[in-house]
Write a protein that binds this ligand. Structure first.
Ligand code: FAD
Length: 256
């Protein structure tokens, strides 16, 4: 008997997982990918001997990966040697404050209370809310199928907009848990920066020869600040940058 056939468009991690499950269930699968390599947003760029991951930094939702491997009759641990990184990241502020984001709750308490006596209570509230939102999102959105747009934008889902604070800025919401601006920034990964900070960032990230600073077009205040400091800014279009998790690279440019 002929096998049933399936075509999967896109060889990102979603397409690959789907294709593998279909194949496991007896389908003859063809995967079509428009790029020259599979991976999608989990891909990498190798240029001049340097490797840039263009997407994920954090291995999130391990249970979903485990379940995918299990559905194929495989064990994730046979393929991936995962090691916990703790602290996940370190935040340094220019006034000397340093924070290590760790899963050691005692260490978190010590660090946060040194900044502000109420910060640890805020932190517990912050992670409790995050955990609640995560569970609701998984149950109501991520873990189910929507067969038409009205199932998604349904009356039943309307209260979730409020419950999940979907229309509220993350930075504003974080302010309910932390009073200190530095802690708000650390727990949102967001920081309002002025031209001076932007100039520092631009120099650190894209100053390949100590003179020219490559930066994205459209920030005249940063350009002025850089010139004031004796740098030669080169503004380039967004499309000329290659973005990666947490970093931006400008590889397409020849310096004058
Ligand atoms: C900068 C960045 C940082 C991230 N950080 C994290 C992180 O730390 N942790 C985490 O868990 N996730 C992270 N993510 C998200 C994660 O990378 C994505 O959720 C995941 O890779 C999406 O996989 P996907 O298969 O759904 O889509 P994609 O990876 O987008 O795959 C879609 C594929 O389809 C192909 N395609 C599209 N249209 C066509 C077509 N018409 N014909 C043929 N092929 C087509 C594309 O070329 C692509 O290969 C990050 C993403 C980015 C961009």
């Amino acid at each position: 008997m002929n096998k049933p056939t399936a075509i999967v468009i896109g060889a990102g991690i979603g397409g690959i997982a789907t294709a593998a499950r279909l194949a496991k269930n007896g389908y003859d699968v063809t995967v079509l990918e428009k790029e020259s390599t599979p991976g999608g947003r989990c891909n990498q760029i190798i240029r001049d001997g340097h490797r840039f991951d263009i997407g994920p930094t954090l291995f999130l939702m391990p249970e979903v990966w485990e379940e995918t491997f299990a559905s194929l009759g495989e064990k994730m641990s046979d393929y991936l040697d995962l090691r916990r990184i703790d602290p996940t990241y370190k935040v340094h502020f220019d006034d000397g404050l340093r924070l290590e984001l760790t899963s050691d709750i005692g260490k978190m308490q010590e660090q946060l209370e040194a900044v502000d006596k109420t910060a640890f209570t805020g932190f517990l509230g912050y992670i409790a809310e995050g955990s609640k939102h995560y569970k609701i999102s998984l149950e109501k959105f991520v873990g189910r199928n929507f067969y038409n747009i009205f199932e998604y934008f349904s009356l039943k889902n309307l209260p979730l907009i409020v419950q999940l604070k979907a229309l509220q800025k993350h930075f504003t919401n974080t302010g309910r848990f932390f009073k200190d601006e530095r802690l708000k920034a650390a727990f949102t990964n967001l920081l309002e920066i002025g031209a001076k900070d932007a100039a520092n960032f631009a120099c650190n990230a894209h100053c390949p020869d100590g003179k020219h600073v490559i930066l994205q077009k459209g920030s005249s205040a940063t350009v002025a600040e850089l010139k004031k400091r004796g740098f030669a800014p080169i503004e380039v279009e967004t499309g000329e940058f290659i973005k990666s998790g947490g970093s931006v690279f400008c590889l397409k440019l020849e310096l004058p």
